[in-house]
Design a protein around this ligand. Structure first.
Ligand SMILES: [Zn+2]
Length: 308
């Protein structure tokens, strides 16, 4: 049940506005218990999905952070391919308000009558509730600080019910009601009125895992409350520290910015991405971030990172 590889992210594109030989436009695939989610879909995402042999027909939910081309120009192509492949299952798309209208116009222009349904969910600034949830996972959207309305996404495991020790069940033969209470963390009171603490009769609860995506954004501490204690954080580091002025002007982050957000939010690990085409030496970015947050990595396209 708690397979350590149950939760992963595969980086499909970690470049920024202008693609380069080594960096495609933004996109990444989250797999959680065999459910596939796509975050952003820059131009070229389909080719990356094919190149890395990803079963992309399994994607049912796509989250678009904002309407800059490097984050969504690939979406219409993917929608069209699904149609050509005879997709029947609906595709759920979460994004800024104007996305629905933009895609519908494009679909009309190319005279496609889609064989499947597109279901849109508009991202709003005050999304307190999850924008997606199933029995095990919730996805939250939260505002970033960029030149246009932009959202980050937090994928969070829901608390898992505790598992009761067999020796306790054999000895005390608890009722179904007691079993449910114990699984939800309550202590057990035996027939003589003695309290048996929950932790003595259950196996230790597994660590709850989470993943946060923060791109694009300038340094903004209001992000921290939304990603507190995240297991793995992907934060943009478009520029190295010497280009701080440019980062501020363009509403992007530096290596220092990303590492400081990771440190202040008590993240487990940080992976950097959204690299400017000007950055041909990512080791400088890494060195700068490591000075602040020592569990930092440079994201690599095609690499699957386990969230554990
Ligand atoms: Zn942008």
């Amino acid at each position: 049940m708690n397979n350590p590889s149950r939760f992963s992210v595969t980086i499909l594109g970690n470049g920024s506005a202008i693609p380069t030989q080594n960096h495609n436009h933004a996109s990444q695939l989250i797999i959680y218990r065999n459910k596939y989610f796509l975050i952003d879909c820059g131009e070229g995402t389909q080719m990356q999905l094919i190149k890395y042999k990803i079963k992309y027909h399994k994607i049912d939910n796509i989250f678009i952070s904002h309407l800059h081309g490097d984050h969504f120009f690939g979406l219409i192509g993917l929608i069209s391919t699904y149609h050509l492949l005879g997709r029947e299952r609906p595709l759920h798309i979460y994004g800024p308000c104007a996305l629905e209208n933009t895609l519908e116009k494009l679909i009309k222009v190319v005279s496609i009558k889609l064989k499947y349904k597109l279901i849109f969910y508009e991202l709003k600034n005050k999304n307190k509730l999850p924008i997606f949830e199933d029995n095990h996972l919730s996805v939250f959207a939260f505002p970033l600080n960029h030149r246009v309305p932009t959202w980050g996404f937090m994928f969070k495991e829901k608390p898992i019910q505790l598992s009761i020790k067999k020796c306790f069940v054999d000895e005390f033969k608890p009722s179904i009601k007691d079993i449910l209470n114990i699984k939800n963390g309550m202590d057990y009171i035996d027939s003589g009125g003695s309290i048996i603490p929950n932790k003595e009769i259950t196996h230790p609860a597994p660590k709850l895992l989470s993943y946060a995506y923060c791109s694009d954004t300038k340094y903004d501490e209001s992000i921290i409350e939304h990603i507190k204690d995240v297991t793995l954080l992907y934060h943009e580091a478009t520029f190295e520290n010497s280009l701080q002025d440019m980062a501020t002007e363009k509403f992007h982050s530096t290596a220092d910015d990303a590492a400081t957000i990771a440190q202040k939010s008590n993240a487990g690990k940080l992976i950097l991405g959204h690299f400017s085409a000007r950055n041909n030496n990512l080791s400088t970015l890494l060195e700068q971030a490591l000075m602040i947050f020592n569990s930092t990595f440079i994201s690599k396209e095609g690499e699957k990172y386990l969230i554990s």
